[in-house]
Design a protein around this ligand. Structure first.
Ligand code: HEC
Ligand code: HEC
Length: 368
């Protein structure tokens, strides 16, 4: 039981079942922490926005508009005096916005047209808003400048080039990465070769890799088609096998084609093994892939998209079975048109990106 007579023995006189309550002081480290905490809280309370007020209206407006802070949403603290939020101070409620809120059933609103929309002074959110607004202002200037520049001018101006590359990341991710992969490295789909997408980071181009051509590709899209058997119904299975082996040999350098004075493709290497194959090739395939098998682009035709067969870089796959499948069944592929989905500036930004991915050509190549 407790005993209420305070004895002079350093205890309060409280005792429960032999356990006494002593009058010892709290340890000084503890007392220090306690008073420091109190001081901190008091200072914080005075300096920073703290006590919420007008909660009900704030919640209503938050719920409707998604805005976090309303004027008089809480006490402002000294920070409101030493810091201002230049970009948001000016935003006020308009009567039509208030009417819209009331139309949604919020009849208890006390805000009036002309009231500030955001808590004036310093809040963490206002500070962030100011930072964002500042960046946006800089961006808006650069975006306006981009609109007036050609892709080549952007590439020549290092600041603008960097700016465009920065802006291109999200654009590329949203519009292109699904097919060309996030780094633009393309996708060679071994299981479904028809669903392969070209690598944009190498210097192997189907339709031309200087800025005007890249911009054209993105704006208007591309369609390339390899007809079954190259369009020659008369090719037998044996012919296809011969051509498959020849394509393989061209890619490894075992067979090398050169164009002679009469514009005929003749074997500079491998004539012994591939004479018959080359005859088939020149007859059926050279029309698109060219007499030297280097593809349409390297021979000055930037529309057909017939790939270079001599470089060992594959659009659909370079194993025997895939090559054979390509020749027998043909291939069709389409790069979608972006002229309606993206504005011109976005297409310019993406052109800069594709050009700078590694394989951009300086200018249209010259052909004799
Ligand atoms: C639906 C899939 C798909 C999307 C999305 C797509 N592409 Fe393509 N792209 C292709 C295909 C397929 C080709 C090859 C066309 C062909 O072989 O006919 C291609 C070709 C290209 C080429 C030509 C490459 C060369 O070697 O000449 C460029 C450049 C290109 N794409 C850029 C882009 C950019 C930039 C975007 C985003 C704005 C994009 N692509 C979005 C499928 C796509
Ligand atoms: C009408 C034009 C045309 C003819 C004729 C043609 N090709 Fe093609 N070939 C193409 C095009 C275009 C492509 C690329 C298809 C695409 O990107 O959609 C292609 C792709 C290929 C590929 C795929 C290469 C890779 O990197 O995966 C092979 C192999 C090929 N052709 C071999 C041949 C052979 C062999 C012949 C002759 C029997 C032939 N082509 C005739 C237009 C043609």
């Amino acid at each position: 039981m407790s005993d209420h007579n305070a004895p002079n023995d350093g205890s309060t006189g409280h005792e429960w079942d032999g356990i006494r309550e002593l009058t010892n002081k709290a340890p000084s480290w503890w007392a220090f922490g306690f008073y420091a905490g109190l001081t901190f809280v008091t200072c914080y309370y005075i300096i920073y926005p703290s006590t919420p007020m007008n909660n009900k209206i704030q919640e209503v407006v938050n719920g409707v508009t998604g805005m976090e802070v309303l004027v008089d949403g809480h006490t402002k603290g000294i920070m409101a005096m030493v810091s201002s939020n230049p970009y948001y101070q000016g935003e006020t409620w308009t009567q039509s916005e208030i009417n819209a809120l009331e139309a949604k059933g919020h009849s208890e609103l006390t805000i009036k047209a002309g009231d500030l929309k955001y808590q004036d002074g310093w809040t963490a959110i206002n500070e962030m808003r100011d930072d964002v607004a500042e960046i946006e202002a800089v961006r808006a200037d650069s975006m306006a400048k981009l609109e007036t520049m050609s892709v080549d001018e952007i590439l020549a101006d290092d600041d603008m080039r960097q700016f465009a590359l920065g802006r291109s990341i999200v654009l590329f991710g949203d519009n292109c990465a699904a097919c060309h992969a996030s780094g633009g490295q393309g996708n060679l789909n071994a299981k479904h070769p028809g669903n392969s997408f070209p690598n944009l980071t190498d210097d192997d181009w189907l339709f031309g890799g200087w800025t005007a051509k890249i911009q054209e590709t993105i704006t208007d899209g591309r369609e390339a088609a390899m007809p079954p058997k190259g369009g020659n119904e008369d090719l037998t299975d044996a012919n296809v096998d011969t051509l498959t082996a020849f394509v393989m040999a061209l890619s490894t350098g075992e067979a090398v084609l050169e164009v002679n004075e009469d514009d005929e493709g003749v074997l500079a290497k491998g004539a012994g093994s591939f004479a018959a194959a080359n005859e088939l090739f020149q007859e059926t395939c050279a029309g698109c892939h060219s007499a030297n098998a280097k593809g349409s682009m390297l021979n000055g035709d930037f529309d057909t998209g017939a790939v270079n067969l001599t470089d060992g870089i594959w659009r659909f796959g370079g194993d025997m079975a895939t090559i054979r499948d390509t020749i027998i069944n043909g291939r069709e592929a389409r790069m979608p048109t972006f002229s309606e989905r993206l504005d011109e500036t976005s297409i310019k930004i993406l052109t800069v990106r594709v050009h700078e991915m590694g394989g951009g050509m300086a200018a249209e190549p010259e052909f004799e």
